[in-house]
Ligand binder design. Structure first.
Ligand code: GLU
Length: 417
């Protein structure tokens, strides 16, 4: 492992966990070769006419990693760091995530390298339509189904559905995470956060850790982090710090999450929340707490800051927030890491429900969505915990072992090798 943390490939980091699982499972070499690389990668140009009349060229990607278990599935990210290596890493993670929670999908990810905050709504609409038109030939209800991710939301999915429909005919099941009015599912917006909270509560109870009064620090107050913050206090957790891209706020006595949401709505950020202490995003990670929730960008916890982290539990609500070197530090220090592929799987689980509802042209109520989400994600947690308890391995290792075994088995019985 190189010391130049920023130079290390995100994809290679994900592969290092895959390699551990492949060794652990004594996976056949030819299967290992198939599962260690993406099946297909598409890079497209995305020229967009800006509101000022000029044309700007963006680059977009869709990486279809593996579809042995079903159609490719995974979000579309609009972010300046969304290069091919990152999208490839995230597509690989989606493959293991859908396998771990045992929903009938493979894994994919897409991205457009851009800063969505610097674009107007009209520009984002045009960018999304052009990107969709350029990748539509590899998408399909039974082929590849995108969803929101960082920098995209239900509005982006509405534009994608419309742009795809103009070419191929109306197909709501082509994307998930749509607005309710266009066939979205109740409970989809809250799902990544809700799933993470279900898993956290159960994993702590399993280890006889007290939930009442447990102090929680959350990095990221967006689509995932803000829901976690909202759902934890009724269960007895105490949210003491949160942050967004502009910075964080800390109050060791606990933050009033409802008031914080109102402040964020008005001020556009959590910073300057009355009565709380300001902290930077770096400082926030090292605050005293019981549970640390990275719910923003990837690779924020490295071998450099991992030794200073004070939490007893790290709940990975973001994708790939800790490097493998940080993982080793956590393991040595006895810190429990609930890995991304399990912690944030609630989003894709409810995406699966949305796809099922669209295909059946039938809508579930929110209670049904949440009950089924809990059943599936806790089922996956139980499977992982049985492996952890029986073999003294980490939750990440156990999750990957379960996932890789399932994908390998599917590839094998399909007759790939
Ligand atoms: N982008 C989300 C994730 O990383 C959701 C993907 C989906 O629903 O397809 O899991």
């Amino acid at each position: 492992m190189s010391n130049m943390a920023e130079k290390v490939s995100a994809f290679e980091e994900v592969c290092s966990v895959f390699d551990w699982a492949a060794d652990h499972l004594e996976l056949d070499d030819s299967l290992r070769e198939i599962l260690r690389r993406p099946w297909r990668e598409l890079t497209v140009s995305v020229p967009v006419r800006l509101d000022n009349g000029k044309v700007q060229n963006f680059t977009g990607y869709r990486v279809q990693y593996n579809a042995a278990r079903g159609p490719y599935k995974g979000g579309i990210r609009y972010h300046l760091d969304a290069d091919i290596d990152e999208v490839r890493a995230l597509a690989s993670l989606m493959t293991w995530k859908t396998a771990l929670v045992d929903i009938p999908f493979g894994g994919a990810k897409g991205g457009v390298q851009c800063n969505p905050r610097a674009l107007t709504t009209n520009e984002l609409n045009r960018l999304t339509r052009r990107f969709t038109a350029n990748i539509h030939h590899i998408l399909g209800v039974n082929r590849d189904i995108p969803a929101p991710d960082m920098g995209t939301d239900s509005q982006t999915m509405a534009w994608m559905m419309d742009a795809f429909g103009q070419i191929e005919g109306h197909s709501p099941a082509i994307v998930t995470g749509k607005p309710i009015e266009l066939g979205g599912s109740y409970g989809r917006t809250a799902a990544p956060g809700r799933g993470a909270v279900f898993v956290l509560e159960e994993a702590m109870k399993h280890r006889e850790m007290a939930v009442q009064g447990a102090q929680v620090v959350i990095q990221g107050f967006g689509q995932v982090g803000s829901w976690i913050a909202r759902l934890l206090p009724p269960l007895g957790f105490n949210v003491v710090a949160v942050s967004d891209v502009r910075g964080g706020v800390y109050d060791p006595k606990g933050l009033d999450v409802e008031q914080l949401l109102a402040h964020q709505k008005e001020a556009g950020s959590v910073v300057r929340f009355p009565g709380a202490e300001p902290v930077t995003n770096q400082e926030l990670l090292e605050l005293p707490c019981d549970v640390l929730v990275p719910a923003a960008v990837e690779r924020v916890i490295t071998q450099e800051n991992a030794p200073r982290i004070k939490a007893r539990v790290v709940l990975e609500a973001a994708n790939h927030p800790s490097t493998p070197a940080a993982d080793d530090v956590f393991n040595d220090r006895g810190i429990l890491v609930i890995p991304d592929v399990l912690a944030n799987a609630g989003g894709v689980i409810v995406s699966y429900f949305e796809w099922v509802q669209n295909i059946q042209q039938y809508r579930w109520d929110e209670e049904r969505v949440n009950v089924e989400l809990k059943r599936i994600i806790i089922g996956a947690l139980d499977t992982v915990q049985a492996r952890v308890d029986g073999q003294s391995i980490t939750m990440r290792q156990a999750s990957m072992a379960v996932a890789v075994q399932r994908v390998a088995r599917a590839a094998e019985i399909r007759g790939f090798v």
